[in-house]
Design a binder for this molecule. Structure first.
Ligand code: 13P
Length: 246
């Protein structure tokens, strides 16, 4: 089933989250043929979990730490997220890599912890504009995937991947669907190489300036198995349009 996910990033208070979810649930139907996921900030997860309980909309976090508990000031663990009803965690978003200096090694540890805890990670990968201009897109994406999945290659079926070219995030300039398809196919090849027996249960999502106006252009392609939406997911009507666009 294709996955349409909202990454709210550092937006929305608890009361704004309540308003959003009440509106959003009225705008989406039973969602029998697609999976829909909201990833609010940590502070909103408790109330979001209560409102989404017994609905078809899933809950996820935008980040996690890899230890279960202990002296890690400011961090949030996977058992904490699980108790709030999170079934997904976004790992290795380019903003975490760039602004918070998250390394491939840390991302790998987070993925291992997610698999141990039974929370499905959405691993984010994507090249910067200078990589693309240097013809390095495939190399960068492959390296990010291989390092992130190092030692857990056998479990690729329990992971989803979001291809988010850094230059398309928050710029209003998405990749063309054709460029995205090319990278998605490549990612599938890398996954096949890593885990030859795999049933292909890893979905490859596209993220970067997805809007209600362009969502269906991406979803026309079978290689695009979902979307990870930032800015356009902040308004319930706009995100519902994206969810209902295919
Ligand atoms: P935008 O949709 O705002 O470009 O953000 C994409 C993103 O980073 C989702 O994780």
């Amino acid at each position: 089933m294709r996955l349409i996910a909202a990454n709210w990033k550092m937006n929305k208070t608890v009361s704004e989250t309540e308003d959003y979810i009440k509106k959003f649930l009225k705008l989406v139907g039973k969602l029998e043929d697609r999976e829909v996921l909201l990833c609010p900030p940590f502070t909103s997860l408790y109330v979001a979990g209560k409102l989404l309980k017994d609905t078809p909309v899933k809950l996820g976090a935008q980040n996690c730490f890899y230890e279960k508990s202990g002296a890690f000031t400011g961090e949030v663990s996977l058992p904490m997220l699980k108790e709030l009803g999170c079934s997904y965690v976004i790992v290795g978003h380019s903003e975490r890599r760039r602004i918070f200096c998250e390394s491939d090694e840390v991302i790998n540890k987070k993925l291992v912890a997610c698999l141990e805890e039974g929370i499905r990670p959405i691993l984010c990968v994507g090249e910067r504009i200078e990589d693309r201009e240097a013809g390095m897109t495939f190399k960068v994406v492959e390296t990010q995937i291989r390092l992130a999945l190092s030692g857990i290659e056998k479990y690729t079926d329990s992971v989803d991947i979001a291809y988010e070219p850094v230059w398309a995030i928050g710029t209003g300039v998405p990749a063309t669907p054709e460029d995205a398809v090319e990278v998605h196919r490549f990612i599938k090849e890398v996954l096949k190489d890593l885990n030859p027996g795999s049933e292909g249960r890893t979905r490859v999502l596209y993220g970067g300036s997805v809007k209600p106006e362009n969502a269906s252009e991406f979803m026309k392609h079978e290689e695009i198995e979902g979307l990870l939406v930032g800015g356009a997911s902040l308004d319930p009507e706009s995100f519902a349009k994206i969810v209902n666009s295919f």
